[in-house]
Design a binder for this molecule. Structure first.
Ligand SMILES: NC(=O)c1ccc[n+]([C@@H]2O[C@H](COP(=O)([O-])OP(=O)(O)OC[C@H]3O[C@@H](n4cnc5c(N)ncnc54)[C@H](OP(=O)(O)O)[C@@H]3O)[C@@H](O)[C@H]2O)c1
Length: 329
């Protein structure tokens, strides 16, 4: 049986990769840190490995000891308390990890890097042309910059790799889209900006299937954007959510300039307190982009990807989970 190491195993996506890898009979090593929650890692077949990505020697020892067949590097920051944290965790720690694997000479059959569509950046606001994996990267967030920098570093090494660039990932256990579901559940249907916004999504279980298919495929040296292959307007997202929550709502439109003003104020306060506010310039850039469409033709042709979930089916299952777990009441 093949050994797979999944870093960031305690998180939303990582915990689903662990579950699916167990189903597919891998010997699963969950890469966590001392402080990580094991709430979603209760299966007795899971082997735990504590990883400190700042400790090169420690990483080398662990990799030499276990000689993993596959490594999925999923650990990463999507939000940061300090701006420099994106570069430290997403880039420098990944670089340390990659360097340690190479030094250990225990090269896995495949190293999967969980990057993000943000590494490429959104499409043009003035049209609805989807972003392609081969487009010239133009990230407009510190998060996206840290991801593309990491991708570039990986491409310069001798590791056999596949880069996975998910668009917005949703599903059970997820906490950001949950804020939207919860707002709708409270009877408010929020819209940021007055112009139509085009969105793309991938249900976490479909993403996980892509990750494991890419790991075991004979493809190497490629990067794929991952979505369910469809496009949705912000309004369609709200309609689907309202349907599954069985809610009537009041629409609330917040013009972008108001959000921008709030960001300026919050970031000024943040400079004094040395903390990045939740609503910040990065978040504003994500919210303001009208075109998050993406093209997954390469993923379909290379890996034969056919999603099991569209947004309707995925939201239905996610909402059912949030209700069961009493996140939504
Ligand atoms: N969610 C999305 O929509 C989305 C979209 C595109 C790409 N991604 C990428 O997918 C990956 C997983 O994201 P997620 O949504 O599952 O986020 P998440 O729930 O916040 O999980 C992040 C994971 O990374 C670990 N981690 C964070 N900082 C770390 C550090 N300094 N050292 C070691 N481990 C660290 C966390 O460990 P602790 O539990 O100990 O904090 C956690 O297990 C990330 O690389 C993210 O950039 C996510």
């Amino acid at each position: 049986m093949k050994k797979i190491l999944i870093t960031g195993a305690s998180g939303f996506i990582g915990s689903f990769i662990v579950e699916e890898a167990l189903k597919k009979d891998f010997v699963v090593y969950a890469g966590i840190r001392t402080s990580s929650s094991k709430k979603y890692l209760t299966d007795s077949r899971i082997n735990f490995v504590e990883l400190d990505f700042s400790d090169n020697e420690g990483l080398i020892q662990i990799i030499k000891e276990h000689k993993f067949d596959f490594i999925v590097h999923n650990a990463g920051l999507t939000k940061a308390k300090k701006k420099e944290d994106f570069d430290i965790v997403n880039f420098q720690y990944t670089k340390n990890f990659i360097d340690a694997i190479i030094t250990s000479e225990a090269i896995p059959e495949k190293f999967i890097l969980i990057s993000s569509m943000a590494a490429i950046g959104p499409g043009d606001d003035n049209n609805t042309i989807p972003v392609k994996s081969t487009d010239t990267p133009h990230p407009d967030t510190l998060y996206g910059l840290s991801k593309i920098k990491t991708e570039e570093y990986l491409k310069g090494t001798k590791l056999p790799f596949v880069i996975i660039r998910p668009t917005g990932v949703y599903g059970p256990r997820e906490t950001d889209y949950f804020v939207f579901f919860n707002t709708i559940n409270k009877g408010i249907e929020p819209y940021i900006g007055l112009k139509e916004q085009y969105l793309t999504f991938i249900y976490v279980k479909d993403l996980v299937n892509v990750v494991l298919a890419a790991a075991t495929s004979n493809i190497s040296g490629k990067a794929y954007i991952v979505s369910d292959g469809k496009s949705y307007t912000a309004k369609e997202f709200a309609v689907i959510t309202k349907k599954h929550l069985n809610k009537k709502t009041i629409k609330m439109y917040i013009p972008l300039f108001i959000i921008q003003m709030i960001v300026i104020i919050l970031e000024s306060v943040g400079k004094i307190t040395d903390k990045v506010p939740t609503l910040n310039k990065d978040k504003y850039n994500v919210l303001k982009s009208r075109n998050w469409l993406c093209d997954i033709n390469d993923l379909q042709s290379d890996l034969g990807f056919k999603p099991d979930y569209d947004l309707d089916k995925g939201v239905e299952e996610a909402v059912a989970w949030y209700k069961k777990e009493q996140w939504l009441k």
